[in-house]
Design a protein around this ligand. Structure first.
Ligand SMILES: NC(=O)c1ccc[n+]([C@@H]2O[C@H](COP(=O)([O-])OP(=O)(O)OC[C@H]3O[C@@H](n4cnc5c(N)ncnc54)[C@H](OP(=O)(O)O)[C@@H]3O)[C@@H](O)[C@H]2O)c1
Length: 325
């Protein structure tokens, strides 16, 4: 094991004590291994999926007590369970979300406290499992808000993102007709899955009209950069309420489109929020659902992963392997 701390009560963790640019505030530290409280578990982290959300947390999104770690998504082997946890045992392989908001360390660590977990089905690689939670949950939640209606036509804008790539697959699995915009990396793969794909960028409206062959019922904007909402609204026959963005919040407010923070996720039930995880983990184990992996990195190489992510064209999930090798 590269982590060298599994027999000790310390571990390495990537965390920040102040808000700021992730490259400036993040540091790899040695800290005490955390103890799971009631209703939580601790895992030896096998893989930790990174996301732009991690860098947003460093910059002060959803502020809270510091220090805090990065790495919201992990897979790992359970090595301790808190009181009231009865559905899992030490030694089980699980994936899910870390309790990043309430702990001084998160998933980019030798060990992590998890607040929500699911069994990794046989056949699902732990690295693939760690790539699932944020992309799957974000895609599913937003699609559910738009309406996962069979036979309706949806445009997923920015389907080369991990969230967009997940959204295309979910919508297809639920029987929707899917149009997508993406860069070149995953265009062929998205077509092979069953989407009709065109490029994003100048001339978007004409190109989408060219492939739609009629009405586009709804649009999910998963692009990591702003600017396309006016065209996406045009594609939805000028109706901003048929367009939901997960990233372009300022433009959504200006143009009357829907966005994450006005969909009241706090009101959703646990089943609405996570009930679909076992189904999609099973599909992933059978090779019928996947988030592309752009690269894996040992924990000490976190800066390389950060640079790729901040470059804006990661082309898949960046995954840290804290206990690999
Ligand atoms: N609201 C929420 O709850 C929530 C949750 C998670 C993520 N997000 C946000 O959702 C966005 C996507 O997240 P992610 O983790 O899936 O991102 P990501 O995979 O890191 O996004 C990178 C990808 O974006 C694509 N891209 C780059 N420029 C683009 C453009 N101008 N138009 C369309 N696509 C472009 C690139 O693929 P190609 O160029 O190859 O197509 C690139 O590989 C981010 O802005 C993130 O902050 C929001």
């Amino acid at each position: 094991m590269g982590d060298h701390d599994l027999d000790t009560d310390t571990m390495r963790t990537l965390r920040f004590h102040h808000y700021g640019e992730p490259a400036d505030v993040l540091a790899l530290e040695t800290v005490p291994v955390p103890i799971p409280g009631p209703g939580a578990i601790r895992v030896v982290v096998r893989a930790c999926g990174l996301a732009p959300a991690d860098w947003a947390l460093c910059r002060g999104l959803l502020p809270g007590q510091l220090p805090r770690g990065v790495g919201c998504d992990v897979s790992g082997t359970v090595d301790a369970v808190g009181d009231d946890v009865t559905d899992i045992a030490v030694g089980d392989l699980v994936f899910g979300t870390t309790d990043w908001a309430n702990q001084p360390s998160a998933g980019a660590s030798g060990r992590a406290i998890m607040d929500r977990w699911f069994a990794v089905p046989e056949g699902l690689d732990p690295t693939q499992a760690a790539a699932l939670p944020m992309a799957l949950s974000t895609a599913y939640w937003h699609l559910a808000r738009l309406g996962l209606d069979r036979d309706k036509t949806i445009l997923v804008h920015g389907a080369g993102t991990t969230v967009g790539f997940a959204a295309v697959q979910i919508a297809l699995i639920r029987g929707m007709r899917v149009l997508a915009t993406s860069g070149g990396t995953y265009a062929t793969q998205l077509e092979d899955l069953g989407a009709t794909v065109t490029a994003y960028g100048d001339g978007l409206v004409d190109r989408v009209q060219g492939i739609s062959g009629g009405r586009v019922d709804m649009v999910l904007d998963t692009a990591p950069v702003s600017g396309a909402l006016p065209e996406l609204i045009q594609i939805a026959d000028g109706d901003p309420k048929r367009v939901l963005t997960i990233s372009d919040f300022a433009a959504a407010a200006q143009l009357g489109a829907r966005d994450t923070f006005h969909e009241d996720p706090a009101a959703w039930t646990e089943t609405e929020r996570f009930g679909f995880f076992p189904e999609f983990a099973q599909l992933a184990a059978k090779g019928k659902f996947a988030i592309p992996i752009a690269g894996t990195f040992p924990l000490e190489d976190w800066r390389r992963a950060l640079e790729v992510s901040l470059g804006g064209h990661a082309h898949g999930k960046l995954v840290l392997l804290p206990t690999d090798g």
